[in-house]
Design a protein around this ligand. Sequence first.
Ligand SMILES: NC(=O)c1ccc[n+]([C@@H]2O[C@H](COP(=O)([O-])OP(=O)(O)OC[C@H]3O[C@@H](n4cnc5c(N)ncnc54)[C@H](O)[C@@H]3O)[C@@H](O)[C@H]2O)c1
Length: 346
Amino acid sequence: MANQVSNGGNHVSTKPPPEPSPLRKAKFFQANMRILVTGGAGFIGSHLVDKLMQNEKNEVIVVDNYFTGSKDNLKQWIGHPRFELIRHDVTETLLVEVDQIYHLACPASPIFYKYNPVKTIKTNVIGTLNMLGLAKRVGARILLTSTSEVYGDPLVHPQTEDYWGNVNPIGVRSCYDEGKRVAETLMFDYHRQHGIEIRIARIFNTYGPRMNIDDGRVVSNFIAQAIRDEPLTVQLPGTQTRSFCYVSDMVDGLIRLMEGNNTGPINIGNPGEFTMTELAETVKEMINPNVKIITVDNTPDDPRQRKPNITKANELLGWEPKIKLRDGIPLMEEDFRKRLEIPRKK
Ligand SMILES: NC(=O)c1ccc[n+]([C@@H]2O[C@H](COP(=O)([O-])OP(=O)(O)OC[C@H]3O[C@@H](n4cnc5c(N)ncnc54)[C@H](O)[C@@H]3O)[C@@H](O)[C@H]2O)c1
């Protein structure tokens, strides 16, 4: 673990990581890298699975409870000899022999994580504890997909990883924000106390094909509204900003983080910053110039600004996003039109 870069303080574990299964070192045991993806039937998870499956040396096991994910996202892999899909809730224990764990299981959209906030907290806390217990038992490296929400309504802009955040602990979003903060704490405690090899990605808004169409996230909202000829609803004041990372860039960043030597946390996101009004205007121009843009009330605790500082990802992982918003929107439009069965007007 000595070569692990951590982020200040006494975060480096003094313990050696747990031993992987002895079979891994056996002379005649030919094994692929066995990779567990929790939440692999979801939006980012299914794209991650696609990428991992491209490597013939990988065997991929997905566990998902299908709360917000769908088997449809993985249909091209079902039946493949290097792929397994298990219906499982991460709040229950799981025993599988794996080398790496990408722990994504958690609803990411406010509509879904607020639907059952107690369950969201359980998924973040008990689910992460279970996956860390598994990592400890089988000697696997584990990556947590944390979130920019750990910065809350940030008082520092753009957000660097050493910023501790400005989070409301008792608000309607806290089940997600605080849940992820505890999940990060658990990751570092297992790392320091048990020598588990950990990786933490702080993901900023990500978009692309396979997002749930009516999940209330702003890019999917605007694109679905433009396709359906409905007004684009900008939450007031409209000057709040977000940055949007295309999903293939995100997957590339997650794999680099897993394969590299840095525990993180590392921000992965696109620093291109847009106000919600600008985003609505771009979607209108590109998809349906005839739709109206209207304003609606905002939801509580909506952060005013979000923009990652990605210096660390750049320097430590050699990563930067490649896909510009204007190139990503048409790819998502195509996927949404197919699923909504609304072809482009001639
Ligand atoms: N999409 C983003 O912009 C974004 C931003 C920040 C962080 N993240 C994080 O990335 C991860 C993936 O996000 P996503 O956008 O793909 O979300 P998603 O909702 O599409 O995927 C989450 C998956 O986890 C599954 N899941 C939820 N609870 C579970 C449980 N208890 N047991 C087993 N499976 C469970 C869902 O069914 C779904 O397939 C999440 O951890 C999320 O917090 C996403």
